[in-house]
Write a protein that binds this ligand. Sequence first.
Ligand code: G4P
Length: 543
Amino acid sequence: MQLSDSRTFSNPIIYLQVSTLNEEISRRRTFAIISHPDAGKTTLTEKLLLFGGAIHVAGAVKSNKIKKTATSDWMEIEKQRGISVATSVMGFNYGDYKINILDTPGHQDFAEDTYRTLTAVDSVIIVVDVAKGVEMQTRKLMEVCRMRNTPVIIFVNKLDREGRDPFETLDELEAELKINVRPLSWPINIGAKFKGVYNIYEHSLDLFTPNKTKVTERVEIDDISDPRVEEAVGEADAEKLREDLELIEGVYPEFDVQEYLAGRLAPVFFGSALNTFGVKELLDCFVEIAPAPKPVEAVERTVSPEEEAFSGFVFKIHANMDPNHRSCIAFVKICSGKFERNANYKQVRTGKTMKFAAPTAFMAQKKSVVDEAYPGDIVGIPDNGNFKIGDTITSGELVHFKGLPSFSPEMFKYIENTDPMKSKQLDKGIQQLMDEGVAQLFTNQFNGRKIIGTVGQLQFEVIQYRLLHEYGAQCRWEPISLYKACWIESDDQEALAAFKKRKHQFMATDREGRDVFLADSNYVLTMAQNDFPKIRFHFSSEF
Ligand code: G4P
């Protein structure tokens, strides 16, 4: 059998499988919505699910925000963890597309979780509040996107509220997120006078009705000089819109989808998630331009989604709520081939062959056992301690996927055992929580003390609580004043030895046994970098 692309298959069944695989890949869009808390991520997610028919009433998606005030309310945290399992991945069909939204924790103390989730998506939608502009967490998350060249679409939300001038917003997005922007829709006024948006991408005028359930009224306009623009928004606003559009065409180059796919240009949409306004336009453009699953870098080679052999990696491990069964769910992103229930797969790190009898897929907000899944999909695998974050699973090939770095933590504490009878339980608990990626463990080479590094205070509280409730172990925290932990290496073994000797009190090892320098201030770190030019200092574990 001769195919048009000159591949030859003797068996038509194989061809059929290959074409199904390719079709399944090209219709998948796996992405995350990121924002600073309160910008409207939950609201937007919900509206996208409504369009996909995945839910039928507003209010069905619960925010997984853990409010700072609730830090001592453990039931609240446990409840939140339950919600976030349910909403970790939300899959739905939209037209010919299969969309997977990966949820990211709302609380900044869980930023490390979000970084890892970003390794499992092919693109990102950033939500920005028109009044608040770019906020701290969005800036940080954008850095991770930039490192990975992840394509980004920006949704400027809450146009029904008073906010900044849209040109000012665009300038700020460009400066703060360090990416070129290109508006694909344009608002007609903001706040109380908000009348709608002109959809530059589709040449239509979408009129705003301040009503949470009513969807946009649309006027198709081929030419912006059409007098129907006046009819719709009045003379003054029509004139202003034309001027704005002229300015946009003059200032911003044509939208180039390749630039977007390369992660260099972010198209910008304006709307109001709460009013379901501008959301469908965003979704329609998103499915058209956002990338299908891309090849994934492994240490050994690049793995293409179209390859027949299955491969995937664990990017998240979620502990179950039931403390009596310490079971977890490992979230596996499928990178290539078809995943099948009960097939034999290899866990590359341990070399074990495994069969998964009850993998779950996530459709809408439901989990259900799935027989097969394709690149871009996420499957949840019930696990009782077999997996670590970053593990690769394959049909047999020994490949190791890259791109799940740990970042230098921002907070550090010594962890001390307060119940000597339970030291085994404590060790086991710490190991498993670290496997789950809750925090990072360093062991001081000088005094052997264990140091836990996190990105936020909340993790220390979660660790202490979970050690007690899930492992029966008690711990206490002792302060340690550290600025950063950085991984060090050098081609010059003598220089490395000299550094370690000089800094012996500040040397630690990570869980893989790699050397980590614990700098207690920025000054000390800078001095060390100046004094030891042959040493390379890394701020993420992947180098
Ligand atoms: P997050 O997940 O990014 O943290 O934000 P979330 O969607 O929970 O939205 C934060 C608040 O902003 C919510 O109000 C939500 O209703 C509101 N909001 C979202 N989109 C819009 C919009 O387009 N316009 C306006 N005016 N408000 C919007 P809340 O009072 O905190 O919660 P709720 O009681 O309304 O649920």
